[in-house]
Design a protein around this ligand. Structure first.
Ligand SMILES: [Zn+2]
Length: 337
């Protein structure tokens, strides 16, 4: 199913205008409450600090800003709490293989077609590089740099010959400003408290005409209309903000950038039969929130193969559906004097 094949939206009694909450990024008070979020119920294997935060903070609500298009969880955990979470994260967490991350495949394809302005080895900075599987896949074609908070992951990056220039994304030190041809952020946007501000920081690392590549969840995808704050992408506490196509379009205009590519993609590849199963799960689970669809959903949950949904505490995990966005933004060139 693609973005254009949008099934009917179930009733959502929780969607209402909210006066007291402002957009975490642009500050607008024109926000919609899309309902309560749920957090993962599988917390047994998580670090103690994370378990404690989950128990203390709860899941918050999912909001959407009418001004900049951003989706966000509110309230959020504090910056200090987030930094402590990432600094202590073991590298086994969120470990992906190159062939199972569709964003990396799209980026590799896009980068292989890039014509660079000069013949010197091009410089690429990966923000949130983790243990460097994407950077490794680039080989020696690129001079590779990283920003990475996990001490554990930094060791792996240095073993690969990657230069780690900072632990967190901040405006660049003078020696790194306008140094890079490409800056990438894979599965990072959703961890940012103010993604619009952070992308503006990221662009400062780029040469004029350089490219910023971002991949993250898209809360305008049809599955969010069915699941809202119970979408699988809301289940991790660290997922704070959620992009939409309009967010990137607005941001590009305000930051002198041009959208070169914006494509929906899935987090993992999946066969048609698996994607069909995920569509069914999403609609059956989402239907439970609607007065008129609930009887149909309850009936469907008696079907062998869907019966397991009766025992779930949170919405279905469906990474094979195209609920992510791959975006390439080109930084504006300085006007000729
Ligand atoms: Zn906003």
């Amino acid at each position: 199913m693609t973005q254009t094949e949008t099934p009917p939206v179930p009733d959502s009694q929780s969607v209402r205008q909210t006066e007291s909450v402002r957009c975490v990024d642009c500050g607008s008070d024109s926000v919609i409450n899309r309902g309560p979020c749920k957090l993962t119920s599988a917390i047994d294997g998580l670090p103690e600090y994370e378990k404690q935060l989950i128990n203390d903070r709860g899941a918050g609500h999912l909001y959407q800003c009418n001004s900049c298009g951003l989706g966000f969880r509110f309230p959020q955990v504090s910056e200090a709490e987030l930094q402590a979470l990432y600094a202590n994260m073991p590298t086994r967490r969120w470990k992906y293989e190159q062939q199972t991350n569709t964003a990396w495949q799209l980026a590799n394809k896009w980068l292989s077609g890039v014509t660079l302005a000069d013949s010197k080895k091009a410089k690429l900075l990966d923000v949130g590089a983790f243990d460097g599987i994407f950077l490794k896949s680039l080989g020696n074609t690129w001079e590779r740099y990283a920003i990475e908070p996990s001490a554990n992951a930094c060791e792996s990056l240095e073993e690969l010959g990657v230069t780690v220039i900072d632990r967190f994304l901040n405006p660049p030190a003078s020696e790194y400003a306008e140094l890079f041809d490409v800056v990438t952020l894979f599965d990072v946007f959703e961890h940012l408290r103010q993604p619009g501000h952070s992308l503006s920081d990221a662009v400062q690392f780029l040469k004029p005409g350089g490219h910023l590549i971002v991949s993250t969840g898209n809360c305008a995808h049809w599955t969010w209309k069915w699941l809202e704050g119970d979408h699988w992408y809301c289940h991790p506490l660290q997922h704070l903000t959620f992009a939409t196509p309009s967010f990137f379009s607005n941001w590009a205009v305000q930051n002198d950038c041009r959208v070169r590519q914006m494509a929906p993609h899935s987090h993992h590849p999946g066969k048609f039969s698996k994607r069909f199963e995920r569509v069914l799960e999403t609609m059956v689970w989402g239907g439970l929130k609607s007065n008129w669809l609930r009887p149909v959903s309850s009936l469907c949950m008696r079907i062998p193969g869907l019966g397991y949904l009766r025992h779930r505490a949170t919405g279905p995990y469906a990474p094979e559906l195209a609920d992510h966005l791959f975006v390439v933004l080109e930084k504006g060139k300085a006007p000729v004097a």
